[in-house]
Design a protein around this ligand. Structure first.
Ligand SMILES: [Zn+2]
Length: 279
């Protein structure tokens, strides 16, 4: 048995633009977060220097949906999602959903979400989370946009709801973001047409089971993300996460899957472009 983790060493810090020979796409970043308010332009410069050509800024509320659309309009590498994250559903006013729906047609909106289910925080009563997850899935069918799916300690329920949608309408266009489930969950999602995205957690020392799952995802269904500002990958663990750090997750996944970094970059970038219809 090969043990890729043993061979892996933290990559060097992102290099200058001239040293980067491939493009990466960070498919999930919360750049609207106040932790980026003071230095967002510098964050975007570091991302470009690390080869990150596109960044999808992901909404969690009606208000952040507006901000994400606005960020997409102001910064060339940024694209937006609109939606209400399950933990924020509880604080959503009835008109918030209407606002999300009205933002769907805005420029540079490439996906809906993040949506999904969360039994870890459980701020929002579960039936209400299911209601909003179903609304996002229905809106995705109506608009043709993919869905960004958040799942925490709710794998069986997410698969159940996706399966109901799949059995009615066919393959689900979307991504299981920051995937932390087991191999069976990954296979269930892949079988319904979904992409699987890995974030910084896959680089953590105790995450061998997740690396074992990452090895099994077909090359045409794999995505990478940071979920900035949360959970920065090794060797930046503990810091504020930012899109440039997606290069570390890409390097680790290349090692785990036994492919060259350029190959992993090519696959994940092509996949992100395909799923999100990015230029
Ligand atoms: Zn997120």
């Amino acid at each position: 048995m090969s043990r890729p983790w043993r061979r892996w060493r933290p990559p060097r810090r992102p290099q200058r633009r001239t040293d980067v020979s491939f493009e990466l796409i960070d498919t999930h970043a919360h750049l609207d977060d106040e932790r980026f308010a003071a230095d967002r332009p510098a964050v975007l410069e570091r991302a470009a220097a690390a080869g990150v050509a596109r960044i999808v800024v992901v909404a969690t509320t009606a208000a952040t949906s507006r901000v994400c659309v606005d960020l997409g309009a102001r910064h060339a590498p940024l694209f937006a999602t609109v939606g209400i994250q399950p933990n924020h559903v509880t604080e959503a006013a009835p008109t918030d959903w209407d606002e999300v729906v009205s933002l769907v047609g805005a420029a540079r909106v490439v996906a809906l979400g993040e949506t999904g289910l969360d039994r870890y925080w459980d701020y929002t009563p579960f039936p209400q989370q299911e209601d909003y997850f179903a609304r996002h899935l229905e809106l995705a069918r109506r608009t043709g946009l993919p869905v960004v799916i958040h799942c925490r300690d709710a794998e069986a329920d997410v698969v159940r709801m996706l399966r109901a949608d799949f059995e009615k309408h066919g393959p689900v266009r979307g991504v299981m973001h920051s995937f932390t489930g087991d191999l069976q969950t990954a296979r269930d999602c892949l079988a319904m047409g979904l992409f699987i995205s890995f974030a910084g957690m896959v680089t953590y020392k105790n995450a061998q089971p997740l690396r074992d799952v990452a090895r099994e995802v077909p090359p045409d269904r794999l995505l990478i993300e940071t979920d900035s500002p949360y959970l920065a990958p090794v060797p930046e663990r503990g810091k504020r996460n930012e899109p440039a750090f997606v290069a570390h997750t890409a390097a680790l996944l290349a090692q785990v899957r036994g492919v060259a970094p350029e190959v992993l970059a090519e696959h994940t970038t092509r996949n992100a472009r395909a799923l999100l219809a990015l230029p």
